[in-house]
Design a protein around this ligand. Structure first.
Ligand code: NAP
Length: 333
């Protein structure tokens, strides 16, 4: 069949631009024995894809000429595998295209969407991989205790907003860091963080000292760079630093240098987080976070675009840091 797809034309230099991508047609051969044909319903915009385009992610690289990889919500159209039934919705590594054939390698990476998830796009965000990242950071790495002071960067994003709200629900005092007054307002007013620092318009180190006079007990880092540096300068004794993401570096900036002296002084523990290590908790995460969401205790913010032709723009916007919540593109095909 004829499908539409998006190819990477150039390895982005710095922040990705529209001309790094091309929309085109392709012929998709029909599914063979053991394969499944799916219609792609929605695509997830995720920062790790930028690292994959730079050949720096722990998953495979994306080279010029390649179909852009990535997860999406798919509907099974034709199945030659007993695990996937026609009409079901799954999250699958489908790539940026309208239809895909899933094979023996990709089918085990798929997961059936819990029918309770509503809206279904949450299966790519707060109740999907970013939600699991936040759940694992909170439940497995943070050793959170009530009344501790948490600081979370990229606090209005899919991972940051979720982990901060879990800490808030557990009785911690949570300070967000986000770019711009609109994001900060959402973080405090809707997500219920105690405060949020607009790091683009406020001296961060001073603000952290004011808001965390006894130091930061848990710092959850999504960005690296100067924000990470400022947080490490303000740690409380026996603090924990969870390194989750490197938004400030994905577009090519040099790696930040951690101040080892500050970590030693605080007797801090630094933990790297890789969501794939916690994949077995996906169902538990969906159940727990889904219950909080339905009870109105947990809020997810989504930025929905429409059409495959809007995917490169949505991705570029994410990598410029302009997204307002989890970025998802519905294909409407
Ligand atoms: N370790 C893992 O297994 C794992 C899994 C999933 C995600 N992650 C990481 O978690 C982080 C958040 O992911 P997400 O999907 O929830 O994305 P997101 O937070 O919704 O979006 C990214 C945000 O990063 C912020 N940012 C800070 N510095 C930036 C810069 N220099 N350029 C562009 N944006 C910048 C922007 O918010 P502000 O305007 O507030 O700065 C932007 O909105 C990413 O680093 C991602 O790679 C890690």
């Amino acid at each position: 069949m004829q499908i539409q797809q998006i190819i990477l034309t150039h390895t982005p230099q710095g922040v990705p631009v529209l001309s790094d991508f091309a929309l085109g047609h392709a012929h998709l051969p029909g599914p063979q024995s053991g394969e499944v044909l799916v219609r792609v319903y929605a695509l997830s915009m995720d920062p790790y894809l930028r690292s994959a385009m730079a050949g720096k992610h722990l998953s495979a690289s994306i080279h010029p000429g390649d179909l852009v990889r990535g997860e999406g919500l798919v509907e099974v159209i034709e199945s030659h595998d007993l695990r996937m039934v026609v009409g079901e919705k799954w999250v699958a590594p489908c790539g940026w295209r309208t239809h895909a054939v899933l094979d023996a390698q990709s089918i085990p990476q798929c997961r059936r969407v819990d029918p309770q998830i509503n809206p279904i796009s949450l299966a790519l965000g707060g109740l999907g991989m970013p939600g699991l990242t936040a759940w694992a950071g909170f439940n497995i790495l943070s050793q959170a205790q009530p009344h501790q002071t948490w600081v979370v960067s990229a606090a209005s994003g899919a991972v940051g907003a979720t982990v901060g709200q879990l800490a808030r629900i557990a009785g911690c005092r949570v300070i967000g860091i986000a770019g711009g007054s609109e994001k900060c307002e959402w973080v405090t007013r809707i997500a219920g963080f105690n405060d949020c620092i607009d790091y683009k318009n406020t001296p961060l180190t001073t603000a952290l000292k004011q808001l965390c006079p006894k130091g930061i007990d848990v710092y959850f880092d999504n960005v690296g760079g100067e924000v990470l540096h400022a947080a490490i300068e303000n740690l409380a004794l026996h603090a924990r630093v969870i390194l989750c993401g490197l938004m400030s570096q994905y577009n090519g900036a040099s790696p930040s240098q951690l101040n080892a002296g500050s970590l030693i002084r605080a007797r801090a523990t630094v933990r790297g987080l890789v969501v794939y290590d916690h994949w077995q908790h996906m169902q538990q995460m969906t159940k727990e976070l889904g219950a909080y969401y339905r009870a109105g205790q947990l809020h997810f913010r989504e930025e929905i675009q429409h059409g495959l032709n809007q995917v490169p723009a949505a991705f570029c916007r994410l990598m410029r840091g302009e997204n307002q919540g989890k970025s998802v593109v519905l294909l409407d095909n």
